[in-house]
Design a protein around this ligand. Structure first.
Ligand code: NI
Length: 256
């Protein structure tokens, strides 16, 4: 499967693309869902800091509102078996050229009925400040993604902007996830519902968001990331929101 010229143009103009033709088969998606659910059920990677609550502080005895697993292939290697990864790589090369590649980066789960929203952010806010990125995230739901269960929303054209100020969600330095400090720039956001195995692709500066899961089905998303190799930033940058963080995940990772 290759992108059309119109799709490539749309991505570069808008900073995102919604590809509704599935890149994984129903069979692949069925065993991927099993592997994915198992990873969250057994809290794989929790002790090493790879599993944590993106919307919370990992308080003991409290179930996560937005659990995330980094590097899921380390905990569910069978997730690499599908053809989807090869197709995703071909699509990303259509967008960024033959040197570009993506790998499975993380999994974000929104539990049925109470999965928390993912606030507006730019992915670059999480990364090393002194690098220059040409990166994409390829977001693939393992079941249908709808507005009700937490599909992604994008703000068209925001990938042309600078990185905006961020803060930990709710201003609490213990919370793992980040959000825009000021919501003012969000205008005409576009929801991108998808069938199971469809994908959205967005640039490292594209503003995006996902709503709470108010449905009775769990929302499972597998996220591939990559692009072109990062280069040193042209001038020094500081991300103050990274400097004040005190997360339980970082403490566990340090201990491990
Ligand atoms: Ni993101």
């Amino acid at each position: 499967m290759r992108l059309t010229v119109e799709q490539i143009r749309f991505f570069h103009l808008n900073g995102f693309l919604n590809v509704t033709e599935p890149i994984a088969s129903p069979d692949e998606l069925a065993w991927m869902r099993d592997a994915y659910d198992g990873m969250f059920e057994r809290k794989a990677g929790f002790e090493s800091g790879d599993q944590f609550d993106l919307a919370g502080v990992d308080e003991e005895g409290k179930s996560a509102a937005l659990p995330q697993v980094l590097n899921p292939l380390a905990y569910a290697p069978e997730l690499s078996n599908g053809k989807y990864l090869q197709v995703a790589n071909e699509i990303v090369q259509d967008l960024l050229g033959p040197e570009a590649s993506v790998g499975v980066a993380h999994a974000i789960f929104k539990p049925a009925g109470h999965g928390a929203p993912t606030p507006w952010h730019q992915d670059e806010a999480y990364w090393e400040p002194n690098q220059q990125y040409t990166t994409v995230s390829v977001w693939m739901p393992l079941q249908e993604a709808t507005v009700e269960n937490g599909c992604l929303w994008f703000m068209p054209g925001s990938h042309y902007w600078e990185l905006l100020p961020h803060q930990p969600i709710g201003g609490d330095v213990r919370v793992h996830g980040l959000e825009l400090s000021d919501l003012a720039p969000i205008v005409d956001p576009v929801p991108c519902p998808l069938p199971a195995g469809g994908i959205t692709i967005h640039h490292n500066r594209t503003l995006h968001y996902a709503g709470a899961n108010t449905s009775d089905v769990p929302r499972r998303a597998l996220i591939m990331m990559g692009g072109l190799p990062a280069k040193p930033a042209p001038r020094e940058r500081r991300f103050p929101w990274q400097e004040t963080r005190q997360t339980a995940r970082a403490k566990r990772a340090e201990r491990a």
